[in-house]
Design a protein around this ligand. Structure first.
Ligand SMILES: [Zn+2]
Ligand SMILES: [Zn+2]
Length: 346
C-alpha cells in the first residue's frame, strides 16, 4: 500500500510499504479520511514525546472495515477510530483516565496511523470500544473530527465548563473554534476568542462565539473586563502554542476562575514564573489536558451526528495522500483551519 512515512524529523516520504495484516480480534480499515492535526505538524518538524520512528502519522481517522479478525463491526461498515489503544488494567485505566494509561499505544505516535491506504486496528482497540460506527448522514471527513472534538470535551470536563460560565479561548485554530462551539453547547453564558491572525479572526466568527478579539490590535484586558462586568472570565482555555501563562493572563480570570492548559507549549513558554499568591487569594485552578478517552470520543461522534453541531465548515483544505505536504503546509501557515487527507488511491 501507499503510505506517508516519517523517518526522522523533517523527513516524510510517500512510499510503498507492506499491506498490514489483520490481527486476531482486530480489523483492517480502508482509510477514507484522516485530518491533519497541529501535533502532526509538530511531529514532522520537531518530533514529539510519544513518537517512535519510522512512523505513519495520522490519528484523526475514519474508514471502512476491509477485513475482520473475528469480532467487531462487519466488513463494509463505516467507522471512526479512537486513536488510543489502552490496557484497561492499570490504575489510570481503572479510574477512567485511559488517556493516562501507562501502557497506552496511539495511532500515529507509536502505532502506524491513518496517512496510508489501510490501517491495522489491534484487537484491544476493538474489544475496548475504540471503534465507533458512523451513523448514516455523517461524512467520513466529519467523523474524523470526532477525535479533536473529544480532546476539547476532555479539557472542558476537566476545567469544568458549565451553565452560566464566561469562557475565553486563546487561539482561533481548529481546536479554538471547536472549543467555542462546545462551550456554547455546554451552556456557557459568554464565549470569547482571542486571536492574533486577522484571517483566523474572520473565520472564527462562524464559530458562534459572542466576541472574537484581535488581541494584537485591541487591548485584551480592557475588552475582557468589559465583557465580564469587571470580574474576569470563569474559564480560560489555551488553544494556542504562543500564549504566555503569566500574571497578566491570570488577571483575566474571575475569582475561582479556572485555566485549561490545552495546548502543549514550546520550551520557552513551558516554565513560567507566577505569583502564586494571586492564585491563593482568588482560588484559581490550573489544569492540563492531553488527548481524550474512548467515552469522550463516542460523545463527540454523537454530538457531530446530532445534526446541530456542524464541524464541516472547519475543513478548509482537502488533499490526496500524494499531496500531504501541501496539507501539512496549509495547517502550518495558519491561514485556514483544518486540512484533511480525503483521497488515498494511487
Ligand atoms: Zn490531534
Ligand atoms: Zn492502562
Amino acid at each position: 500500500m501507499m503510505a506517508a512515512v516519517l523517518e526522522a524529523p523533517g523527513k516524510m516520504t510517500l512510499q510503498e510499504v507492506d499491506d498490514p495484516i489483520c490481527l486476531d480480534g482486530g480489523l483492517i480499515l480502508k482509510v477514507e479520511a484522516c485530518s491533519i492535526c497541529s501535533t502532526d505538524v509538530k511531529m514532522l518538524r520537531d518530533g514529539q514525546r510519544d513518537l517512535v520512528y519510522p512512523r505513519i502519522l495520522g490519528h484523526e481517522i475514519s474508514g471502512i472495515v476491509y477485513e475482520r479478525g473475528g469480532v467487531g463491526p462487519e466488513v463494509g461498515e463505516r467507522v471512526q477510530v479512537f486513536p488510543g489503544v489502552f490496557c484497561g488494567r492499570c490504575p489510570s485505566c481503572r479510574r477512567g483516565a485511559e488517556n493516562q494509561c501507562e501502557n497506552v499505544q496511539i495511532f500515529g505516535f507509536n502505532l502506524d496511523g491513518g496517512f496510508a491506504e489501510y490501517l491495522q486496528v489491534p484487537g484491544d482497540s476493538v474489544r475496548n470500544g475504540g471503534v465507533n460506527l458512523i451513523p448514516d448522514g455523517v461524512k467520513f471527513e466529519e467523523a474524523a473530527l470526532a477525535e479533536p472534538l473529544a480532546c476539547c470535551i476532555n479539557a472542558q470536563e476537566l476545567v469544568g465548563v458549565g451553565d452560566g460560565d464566561s469562557v475565553l479561548i486563546f487561539g482561533a485554530g481548529p481546536a479554538g473554534n471547536l472549543h467555542a462551539m462546545l462551550a456554547r453547547e455546554r451552556s456557557a453564558s459568554t464565549v470569547a476568542i482571542a486571536e492574533t491572525l486577522e484571517g483566523r479572526v474572520d473565520l472564527a466568527r462562524s464559530s458562534g462565539a459572542d466576541q472574537v478579539v484581535n488581541s494584537k490590535r485591541e487591548d485584551l484586558r480592557e475588552r475582557a473586563m468589559e465583557m465580564t462586568d469587571g470580574r474576569g472570565f470563569d474559564v480560560i482555555i489555551l488553544a494556542s502554542r504562543d500564549v504566555a501563562v503569566d500574571d497578566d493572563l491570570l488577571f483575566l480570570l474571575a475569582p475561582r476562575g479556572r485555566l485549561s492548559v490545552f495546548s502543549g507549549l514550546p520550551r520557552n513558554l513551558a516554565a513560567p514564573r507566577l505569583d502564586l499568591n494571586h492564585i491563593h487569594y482568588r482560588e484559581n485552578l490550573i489544569v492540563g489536558s492531553y488527548g481524550c478517552t474512548s467515552a469522550q470520543n463516542k460523545a463527540a461522534l454523537e454530538l457531530i451526528s446530532s445534526g446541530s453541531f456542524d464541524v464541516g465548515w472547519l475543513i478548509t483544505e482537502r488533499v490526496s495522500l500524494g499531496e500531504i505536504s501541501r496539507g501539512m503546509e496549509h495547517a502550518e501557515r495558519r491561514e485556514g483551519l483544518k486540512s484533511m487527507v480525503t483521497e488515498f488511491g494511487r
